[in-house]
Design a protein around this ligand. Structure first.
Ligand SMILES: [Zn+2]
Length: 248
């Protein structure tokens, strides 16, 4: 049996037996882990409010060889999201990000870039709940990028000419981007504004990205949301479980 300590973001919990919970979290050092928190539903328990979804904690756990579920030993709250728990839109957005992390990241594989990106997005929404939609778009684009599903945004996949902001860009059925000449205007056309919004995620933090995107017209917001939805559905080979905004 080994003992581990890591920072972790609680994504989801399920009741188990009479007084326990199964807790799913994204940890910095071990990636996605599932563990049992014994007796955490008893009135007096050592976990307190630390297992509430989307709380950032310091986690100590035991792991036995060949067992999928680890055993939670100690937790310490680093950041609570309790003040947002009555904001239904934010909670739906958090759940959506949590679902995508579960869908895309394989269990027990540490991915520091993914962890830091996800945490930055949860923190950005906590800081400015009104920017939720833009932070979700940022999260989706980065998740696709880190998991290898985002097309090259800089150049045509066929002729390798750099996209210079003139002319249309097309998303092909193979999820690659082509210039108008190479695509022969087939596939999904992507507007200049949306292409710029995709590129903008590469350069800044989610807080800054959302701030700078506030003036982007609603039509472009919808277009970007539909585009990321299409790429995610294709990557997952099904629809995402829930989608909070702008798609329908
Ligand atoms: Zn081309």
């Amino acid at each position: 049996m080994s003992l581990f300590e890591t920072e972790a973001l609680i994504l989801r919990t399920y009741n188990l037996a009479e007084a326990d919970k199964i807790v799913v979290c994204l940890s910095r050092q071990s990636g996605l882990i599932r563990g049992v928190a014994k007796n955490c539903r008893k009135l007096k328990n050592r976990f307190g409010a630390s297992l509430e979804p989307f709380t950032l904690i310091n986690l100590t756990y035991f792991e036995k060889e060949n067992q999928e579920l680890v055993s939670f030993s100690q937790t310490e709250i680093l950041r609570s999201r309790f003040n947002l728990s009555s904001d239904a839109a934010v909670m739906t957005g958090f759940s959506y990000m949590g679902d995508l992390l579960l869908d895309f990241s394989p269990p027990r594989q540490a991915n520091d870039n993914l962890y830091r990106m996800a945490l930055a997005c949860f923190d950005a929404v906590s800081q400015t709940p009104a920017d939720l939609d833009w932070v979700l778009r940022y999260f989706e684009v980065w998740l696709l990028k880190l998991e290898g599903f985002l097309p090259d945004l800089r150049q045509c996949a066929n002729c390798h000419d750099a996209f210079n902001g003139e002319g249309s860009v097309y998303l092909g059925p193979d999820l690659s981007l082509r210039c108008s000449k190479c695509s022969e205007a087939r596939g999904r056309s992507i507007s200049r504004t949306v292409h710029q919004q995709l590129r903008a995620t590469e350069k800044v933090s989610p807080v800054k990205y959302a701030e700078e995107a506030r003036e982007v017209p609603v039509a472009s917001r919808k277009e970007l949301a539909q585009l990321t939805y299409q790429i995610i559905s294709r990557a997952l080979e099904r629809m995402p479980r829930a989608r909070p905004t702008f798609v329908q």
